[in-house]
Design a binder for this molecule. Structure first.
Ligand SMILES: Cc1cc2nc3c(=O)[nH]c(=O)nc-3n(C[C@H](O)[C@H](O)[C@H](O)COP(=O)(O)OP(=O)(O)OC[C@H]3O[C@@H](n4cnc5c(N)ncnc54)[C@H](O)[C@@H]3O)c2cc1C
Length: 378
């Protein structure tokens, strides 16, 4: 193993892996550190797989625009993993919505995304729906995309990846970072240096910021459940109900499954602290606020809320629509505290230190991986 790299990237989700590949393609030597036994296992696969086009953010025009800006390139570069073969509807609930049908339509026109009002449809329950809009929104297949990036990384000789590895100490010397890591089982400790560091650990962002002695970014965290199911009537239909405590059901890429989320029931536990602190962590000593484990393999993970999610979503469909539950996956969803009110999900890449340089990527949307190319200098 070389003792010096141009970049050290901590976190092997889609943002860390994309950054590693992008930098390697530009001649940079990269060390990628991931704490789990495999790359791309957390939020990068446990998500709704919505290829955001802006519709979801009527209260955050900035997020809506960023989603729409990145959509065309992401679709083109991941063509084999995109499901564009379904009808995607957005509905406004008659009760308790923060956005009404006129506002939603005005917003779509304002950011110039297609939205066609639909007056009748045999599958939907218009007693609960104030307005229904047919939109143009696709889904991506997170599992196929994860496999694609793992394969790309295997062929990239400029990236040295370490799995089941933790950064235990970091300091600066001669204008570069000196980093100490420990591999699985606390056995092997090794050291290397890097000119620049990129923290791409998402829910783990502040834990790594603290190891490197840089400031926290203000975050909050939720233990989140994505439920997966099938429906014989909804094989080529997706529905998102706006705007507030509602839910969403749409094809999970090309898997044949529907992903189901609900603003009320998906999020089981909330932590308003910069590090994700949850009461279940005491039950499994491998998971700590500063060193998160994988909720899916954890015996202390919450009981599934899928039945409540299904009960909530079925109100928007006619009675003949059937739902068959398959499974659920859990992960920690993190948000910038500043977006608690407008529900925005920007991707922010902050330069938190110079000489040596340190970046923290906080990702809001998968199709914003390209923001890395604008923000990282070498
Ligand atoms: C429930 C949910 C639904 C979502 N729905 C969508 C959607 O429909 N569309 C969309 O575009 N986006 C969605 N998102 C957001 C999207 O999933 C995230 O923005 C994106 O996956 C973040 O990618 P990442 O690589 O930064 O994080 P992750 O995929 O979480 O990767 C971070 C990696 O860092 C590793 N790590 C953490 N701490 C350490 C450490 N101390 N040392 C070493 N490694 C560490 C982790 O093990 C992990 O592999 C959703 C997110 C969630 C949680």
């Amino acid at each position: 193993m070389p003792s010096h790299f141009d970049f050290a990237i901590i976190g092997g989700g889609i943002f860390g892996v994309y950054a590693a590949l992008y930098l390697a393609q530009h001649g940079q030597r990269v060390c990628l550190i991931e704490k789990e036994p495999a790359l791309l296992r957390k939020a990068s696969i446990v998500n709704q797989a919505r290829l955001h086009s802006g519709y979801h953010y009527p209260r955050s025009v900035a997020t809506a625009r960023m989603s729409d800006d990145n959509k065309a390139r992401f679709t083109a570069e991941h063509r084999d993993f995109i499901n564009a073969g379904f009808d995607k509807y957005y509905a406004i609930d008659r009760f308790g919505s923060f956005t009404d049908s006129q506002q939603f339509e005005r917003f779509c026109n304002f950011i110039n995304i297609p939205c066609e009002p639909i007056k009748t449809h045999p599958l939907f329950n218009f007693e609960r729906i104030e307005a229904l809009f047919k939109t143009t929104e696709y889904s991506f297949d997170p599992i196929l995309i994860a496999n694609y990036y793992r394969r790309k990384l295997e062929g990239e000789s400029r990236v040295t990846a370490f799995l089941q590895t933790a950064v235990v100490e970091a300091g600066t010397g001669q204008n570069r970072w000196e980093i100490t890591c420990r591999s699985a089982g606390n056995s092997a400790v090794f050291h290397f240096s890097a000119d620049q560091v990129i923290n791409a650990t998402y829910a783990g962002s502040n834990a790594i910021n603290r190891v490197f002695g840089v400031e926290d970014i203000p975050l909050m965290h939720e233990i989140s459940e994505m439920a997966f199911l099938t429906s014989p009537q909804l094989t080529n239909i997706g529905l998102t109900v706006m705007d507030g405590p509602f839910g969403s059901l749409m094809p999970y890429g090309l898997s044949g499954l529907l992903s189901l989320s609900s603003v009320i029931y998906t999020h089981h536990k909330v932590s308003y602290e910069n590090l994700p602190v949850f009461d279940c962590q005491g039950q499994k000593n491998t998971c700590r606020p500063d060193f998160l484990s994988d909720c899916n393999t954890c015996l202390a993970k919450p009981r599934s809320n899928y039945a409540k999610m299904v009960a909530q979503m079925r109100q928007y469909f006619n009675e003949e629509v059937e739902f068959r539950y398959f499974t659920s996956f859990f992960t920690i969803k993190s948000k910038l505290k500043a977006n608690h009110i407008d529900d925005g999900r920007p991707t922010e890449i902050s330069r938190l230190q110079e000489n040596p340089r340190y970046y923290c990527i906080f990702a809001g949307k998968i199709n914003s991986i390209y923001e890395i190319e604008k923000a990282i200098s070498f």
